[in-house]
Ligand binder design. Structure first.
Ligand code: UP6
Length: 256
């Protein structure tokens, strides 16, 4: 990677959303993405409000929220605006183009109306990207090039093909979900899940590395932390620790 300077990377960004993420990372000095995997709107909004000051991105799984509706959505957008972070819906689209475009724009969640960032498995081929892009170019898309889970079927060749697909669609693909740096181009963002200071795994396939391992050694730009924060005795204090460790790791990291 040629540069880790965030404002330099903001200038190189090819999509409005990646530019905004680099700017927010710089303004708030944080590379923490909170994975707010809670099951009701009240808890989601409480996490967004209390952890909001320490994050650049808030990641949701809206389909696990029992009472998600338009008011949840409006409140979440207001909090995101107030605390200056972007919203990432971790829907992991993985179907034929025709289906994903309906899942993205319609149904109960109307993801395209509020999500700044979405993600997709490249498995179905380029049609998935084309149709998501046709449905709504305003959101930026992360391609899942690697996973954090034990025994996942992704191979180096698959990851390489993911990179090629991203490069061919870099007006819409803003980066990757990955556990290592898979592109050396500074305009792409790497989001890394499977981050915990306390655990090595969750007994359900998840594997954890520490913030410094993912940022300094693996070259992540943004660390995704869920239960390490949400299940902590004091989630705000935990978020501050992850944010501090993550960002100091980013600044100290050598180019990889
Ligand atoms: N996630 C992973 N690994 C991946 C891709 N996505 O853990 O390879 C997502 C999960 C969850 C979050 O869906 O929302 O990141 C990790 O949560 P955790 O920190 O509580 O394990």
């Amino acid at each position: 990677m040629k540069t880790r300077d965030l404002m330099e990377r903001a200038k190189l960004a090819k999509h409005e959303v990646s530019r905004k993420i680099f700017e927010v990372m710089y303004q708030k000095q944080t590379n923490l993405c909170l994975s707010a995997d809670v099951t009701n709107s009240k808890e989601l909004l409480h996490l967004a409000e209390s952890i909001g000051p320490y994050i650049c991105v808030l990641k949701t799984h809206v389909d696990i929220i029992e009472d998600f509706d338009q008011s949840t959505c409006r409140n979440l957008l207001n909090i995101a605006h107030k605390h200056n972070f972007v919203l990432f819906e971790d829907r992991k689209f993985a179907d034929i183009g025709h289906t994903v475009s309906k899942q993205f724009t319609g149904g109960m969640f109307r993801i395209s109306e509020w999500a700044d960032v979405i993600n997709a498995h490249p498995l179905p081929g380029p049609g998935i990207i084309k149709e998501l892009k046709n449905a709504n170019k305003r959101s930026g898309c992360l391609l899942i090039g690697e996973m954090s889970t034990n025994g996942n079927l992704i191979t180096p060749a698959y990851t390489k093909a993911t990179l090629k697909m991203a490069e061919e669609n870099d007006d819409f693909v803003i980066g990757f979900i990955s556990t290592s740096r898979i592109s050396h181009d500074p305009h792409f963002l790497h989001f890394t899940p499977g981050v915990s200071l306390d655990c090595k795994g969750d007994g359900k396939g998840q594997q954890y590395l520490t913030p410094s391992e993912v940022v300094s050694k693996r070259g992540a730009d943004i660390l995704i932390v869920g239960r390490g924060i949400t299940l902590a005795h004091d989630p705000v204090a935990a978020a501050k620790v992850y944010a501090q460790e993550g960002f100091s790791g980013y600044l100290a990291a050598v180019d990889v």
